[in-house]
Design a protein around this ligand. Structure first.
Ligand code: MF3
Ligand code: CO
Ligand code: CO
Length: 317
């Protein structure tokens, strides 16, 4: 038998391309809510923060992580066909502000909203706008809260109404990929093990692992210099040490890993218009392994609460 095979073609994406809506005015935060330095200027400055956090900072990060996780659940409860991403932004904004937190994305490098909402082929940094979610969409909601002087960053991809099985599988496998990455975190592990585990976990499905956007150190700064690729990068052999805090937030594409940027300078799309999913937690390296810092006050996190009942949760280590 000949080894030549015709180039495998993916079926067309199950929905028409996302079209931008109108972006409403920036929401305000009462002056009683403490804000990060960049809130006034839009400029976070350079990534100078230490990689290892103090015990007090870690306590504070559990609070910031809890607010972000609870806000993500509150937003998730409102995801349904017909709701605009700007309405989700309002819900997340009000939740954080009521909890005494500043929505970290607000005026971060000039971003004008309190969440990122990334629908279907949008990979990350979607700007909440007047576009209404449609039956069959998938939407990633990314929430970051600043409180007690530190940030907590978490995201989940939600199913809108009746979602086709291929898309639901992409979402579930992305959730599992995030956990595959998290599960290798322990003292003395090397950073490249995280991306290697994520890549191995999605390899059987032929998905693309996004390379241009990576996980990051987090603490008193939203993004520190610590870099966490979601693909195998043997050069990133930095050793993990107790007290390090960073995000793991793989973006996994149904097709190619290649990306394109919209003219708004923020919205990132897959180049081939295939769908993309993402999940994110903020992680602490402990003496023996890891802790998730972005867990809700009670009950399961958004990624479990809103998981597709048809598929169930696949292998959470
Ligand atoms: N929350 C995103 C992350 O996971 C960052 C959003 S920055 C913004 O790192 F400016 F786009 F809001
Ligand atoms: Co992040
Ligand atoms: Co985030």
């Amino acid at each position: 038998m000949s080894k030549r095979r015709s180039k495998q073609k993916l079926p067309p994406p199950p929905s028409s391309p996302v079209v931008a809506g109108l972006v409403g005015p920036m929401r305000t935060v009462p002056t009683s809510v403490p804000r990060p330095d960049y809130a006034a200027t839009g400029n976070p400055g350079s990534r100078t923060s230490r990689a290892i956090r103090t015990p007090d900072e870690i306590d504070a990060m559990r609070i910031a992580g809890r607010v972000a996780a609870d806000a993500l659940i509150e937003v998730g409860r409102h995801v349904r066909p017909g709701v605009s991403s700007d309405e989700l932004d309002r819900i997340g904004h009000d939740f954080m502000v009521d909890a005494g937190a500043y929505p970290s994305t607000l005026n971060y490098r000039g971003f004008t909203k309190s969440l990122c909402t990334s629908v279907n082929e949008i990979v990350c940094h979607g700007i909440p706008d007047s576009r209404k979610l449609a039956d069959g969409d998938i939407v990633n909601v990314d929430v970051t809260a600043f409180i007690e002087g530190v940030h907590g960053d978490t995201s989940a991809t939600f199913l809108v109404g009746d979602v086709d099985e291929e898309s639901a599988q992409l979402v579930e496998r992305t959730r599992a990929a995030m956990h595959a990455g998290i599960s290798v975190v322990r003292p003395n592990a090397r950073i490249f093990e995280i991306g290697r585990a994520i890549e191995e976990s999605v390899a059987p499905f032929g998905y693309g692992v996004v390379r241009e956007f990576i996980g990051h150190g987090i603490g008193d700064q939203f993004h520190t210099s610590l870099q966490i690729p979601h693909y195998y990068d043997p050069h990133n052999d930095t050793v993990l040490l107790p007290g390090m805090t960073f995000t793991i937030e793989p973006m996994i594409n149904r097709g190619s890993h290649r990306l394109e940027m919209w003219n708004d300078g923020w919205t990132v799309s897959t180049r081939d218009m295939q769908r993309s999913a993402q999940f994110e937690h903020t992680i602490l390296v402990t003496e023996t392994g890891f802790d998730l810092l972005t867990i809700p006050a009670e009950g399961p996190p958004a990624e479990e609460l809103f998981a597709d009942v048809r598929l169930g949760l696949q292998t959470t280590p």
